[in-house]
Design a protein around this ligand. Structure first.
Ligand SMILES: [Zn+2]
Length: 283
């Protein structure tokens, strides 16, 4: 059996300040250690539960966060960015199950560390078929397109309550942090987290074997809508002929399926990042 893991940073335990999140951040090395330790615990427990192949998508920011020197032989890793289907790159490669680690709440969630939806620099809201998505929901739909069920999500308690329990009640969950604000959280010890993860993986694998999990699907064709944080990002997005401007900050576009919708979304996020750079240059 083959398992797919997507790991983000913002929902991981102990990661609470911006200095944890970027390549030159003051506490980035601590964040890398925590991410690597958690990924290795999960890979080890999956392997003990019969998964002889594990593919990890390193999925935060620069997407080169995990330390790779201690990866076991049964693990492969996807690193770097841009790449097709971003945070779930590789899930299409005959994976049986998917696991999301370090996931966080969507933009605008109260008291939830680093609440954002894909890009805190450009995105206010991303809506798929009328449903505002978190990264968890977007990536669950993308895995579902390839018939891969998500069996475990570990991250911020608010995300687990708001999105995971609501959309995928069959998923096992592990709380990594109870957020007190956007930049503070209470977390259990790593010893407790390791025990919780190992127990949850064992349960999740039983759920999978007993067909108690299912791939999450969204309707096709997909109607996607993006609200940007500033109007000039929408000005640029509507240059694409399939994109329609619906208000100052919002655009809509159709897509044949969630993977196409995700890819166009990525293009528009990169376009926003490009126009932000252009405006800086014009200062
Ligand atoms: Zn992230």
């Amino acid at each position: 059996m083959k398992a797919f893991i997507s790991i983000d940073l913002e929902g991981l335990p102990f990661i609470v300040i911006p200095g944890h999140l970027s390549l030159k951040g003051s506490l980035y090395s601590e964040a890398r250690e925590i991410a690597t330790k958690i990924a290795l615990i999960v890979a080890d427990e999956l392997n003990k539960n019969g998964f002889d192949e594990i593919l990890i998508a390193d999925s935060h920011g620069p997407m080169v966060n995990l330390k790779v020197d201690k990866l076991p032989e049964y693990v492969e890793i996807v690193r770097g960015n841009p790449r097709p289907v971003s945070m779930v790159a590789g899930v299409e490669e005959d994976c049986d199950v998917a696991i999301f680690l370090g996931y966080h709440s969507k933009f605008g969630t109260a008291k939830s560390t680093f609440d954002h939806t894909y890009s805190s620099r450009s995105i206010h809201k991303f809506v798929i078929n009328g449903v505002p998505v978190s990264e968890f929901l977007l990536n669950s739909y993308a895995a579902g397109f390839y018939n891969v069920p998500v069996i475990l999500v570990a991250g911020d308690a608010q995300l687990l309550k708001d999105d995971v329990e609501q959309h995928t009640p069959w998923v096992e969950t592990v709380v990594f942090k109870q957020s007190l604000s956007r930049v503070s959280a209470k977390s259990p010890s790593m010893i407790k987290i390791e025990a919780d993860l190992r127990e949850a993986i064992t349960k999740a694998v039983v759920n999978f074997k007993e067909n108690k999990v299912q791939p999450l699907k969204t309707e096709e064709p997909v109607k996607a809508s993006i609200s940007f944080i500033v109007s000039h990002f929408a000005d640029v997005a509507e240059l694409l002929p399939i994109v329609e401007r619906t208000d100052g900050l919002t655009v809509e576009y159709p897509a044949n399926n969630i993977i196409e919708a995700y890819k166009i979304f990525q293009v528009l996020v990169y376009a926003a990042s490009g126009v932000a750079g252009l405006l800086e240059w014009l200062q």
